[in-house]
Design a binder for this molecule. Structure first.
Ligand SMILES: NC(=O)c1ccc[n+]([C@@H]2O[C@H](COP(=O)([O-])OP(=O)(O)OC[C@H]3O[C@@H](n4cnc5c(N)ncnc54)[C@H](OP(=O)(O)O)[C@@H]3O)[C@@H](O)[C@H]2O)c1
Length: 428
């Protein structure tokens, strides 16, 4: 057997300990599969005294992750601390400068600093890999960079934040309000320390940034994502969408069109019978569409110790085998600046509004939509015990600027009892 591959692991939390366990428990299998032993040499975390449920006594301890990253006796720096800046970024840069390969699970770091880090890796002739950063245990980075390398990609999309999908699923299945489902997710420990990373769509948008860069050969551009979280979704929206045969999902979509690269992360309606519509609870799903392969659907655990460590190990095993794939699937210096789309591609929209119960109210709404060039596919008015009449409209395909113009004009009709809700219906 050849020399061992020597790891330095910074971060011994959920994912870090998962990796330690696999390296310790599956040593023979890993060596057989990669042709060389994989060994942990040194580790780092904030607290040295914490009982982490595994033995770390054979590993050197570094208080400073940057010092760990530079150690002469490691080949691969495994960054599992998290955070887009601070120690994760400093240590990753230090590792590449010291000639180490780097494996990370850190989507925030890669989404915001992936381009300079990928260029630094290339300049140092090192690899920077991040399978675990997108959709946890689903091997989607490998699928895109390797399995689909012969395809021009048309569209990538997915439900990539399990916490949001859990909240929306519980609202649907148990009839909980948004706040009740949010509190339940919080009680189960599903939410990030800053919940807005989850429910504001930011975490999922970090992942979409990375998928779009690989799929379309563009520099990751997180700021170009049209971002909207799930906080405004009500149980009423979920029920009304269900009546029309749809489910509401926080869906990320990236597609290259004649208008440029469209990237959006927002609550969308998808057909209840589609794979995305049937996705329940905390599971993730990524849908990849290429010109040769057609559509591929990948589904699995998007988070947790085992699934995320499984993805980290995939990158480590590649390095042990000598497989060296560029960070974003092609040379970082060859990535084009993403041309942001001038407007989202036309789509059907779901509109929900409460109208004052006066004669002609509905006709006024229909007139405003018609004047904006929006035609109505379906309209439904619901029984109402109170003074206001709930109305649901599904439009034919329309351009978003036309919809925005209509939404701006609707208050002028003086028939709205509250702000209307508009959600895109995604063809999936
Ligand atoms: N958890 C998941 O399911 C999941 C899924 C996909 C991707 N990820 C990504 O994986 C990474 C790690 O996540 P996690 O859930 O394992 O986090 P975690 O449980 O909070 O663990 C973070 C670890 O980093 C250590 N750490 C933090 N700051 C440090 C510093 N300045 N110096 C040294 N060590 C430091 C902590 O030390 P102490 O233990 O001493 O506090 C802890 O061991 C993040 O980038 C996350 O986004 C996580």
């Amino acid at each position: 057997m050849t020399d061992p591959l020597r790891l330095g692991i910074a971060g011994l939390g959920t994912v870090g300990i998962g990796v330690v366990k696999i390296v310790q428990c599956q040593a023979n299998m890993l060596a057989a599969r990669t042709g060389r032993p994989i060994e942990i040499v040194a580790v780092s975390a904030r607290s040295r005294d914490k009982d982490r449920g595994v033995s770390l006594s054979n590993y050197a301890w570094e208080t400073d992750p940057v010092a760990l990253a530079k150690r002469d006796d490691i080949d691969v720096f495994v960054e599992l601390m998290g955070g887009s800046d601070g120690p994760a970024k400093d240590a990753t840069e230090a590792a590449l400068a010291a000639g180490k390969d780097v494996v990370t699970a850190n989507k925030a770091l890669l989404a915001l600093h992936g381009q300079p880090l990928a260029e630094a890796a290339e300049a140092a002739e090192r690899v920077l890999r991040f399978e675990a950063a997108v959709a946890g245990g689903i091997p989607v980075i490998k699928a895109l960079t390797e399995g689909l390398a012969g395809n021009a990609m048309d569209r990538v999309m997915g439900v990539m934040n399990g916490t949001c999908n859990y909240i929306l699923t519980r609202m649907d299945s148990a009839g909980l309000t948004y706040q009740e489902a949010f509190d339940e997710a919080d009680g189960l420990g599903y939410l990030e320390a800053d919940p807005n990373l989850d429910v504001g769509g930011i975490d999922a948008a970090h992942k979409l940034t990375l998928l779009a860069a690989i799929a379309f050969g563009t520099k990751g551009d997180f700021d170009a994502i049209d971002l909207e979280g799930i906080g405004a979704i009500t149980i009423e929206d979920i029920r009304r969408a269900g009546d029309m045969g749809y489910k509401i999902k926080l869906l990320g979509v990236a597609q290259m069109t004649g208008r440029g690269l469209e990237q959006r992360m927002s609550p969308c309606l998808v057909p209840a019978s589609s794979p995305l519509g049937q996705l329940e609870g905390g599971t993730n799903m990524v849908v990849l569409e290429g010109d040769a392969v057609g559509q591929i659907v990948l589904r699995g655990a998007g988070a947790g110790e085992g699934p995320t460590a499984s993805a980290v190990m995939s990158d480590i095993c590649d390095i042990a085998r000598g497989i060296r794939v560029p960070t974003f699937g092609r040379a970082a210096t060859a990535l084009d600046a993403a041309p942001p789309a001038s407007a989202a591609s036309p789509a059907r929209y779901y509109l929900r509004m409460d109208l004052t119960d006066k004669p002609g109210a509905l006709a006024k709404v229909a007139t405003v939509l018609g004047e904006a060039g929006i035609s109505i596919d379906r309209m439904r008015q619901y029984d109402h015990p109170g003074a206001n009449a709930p109305v649901l409209i599904v439009t034919h395909k329309t351009a978003r600027p036309a919809l925005d113009a209509a939404l701006a004009d609707l208050p002028g009709t003086h028939v709205l009892a509250s702000d209307p809700v508009a959600l895109r219906i995604e063809d999936v």
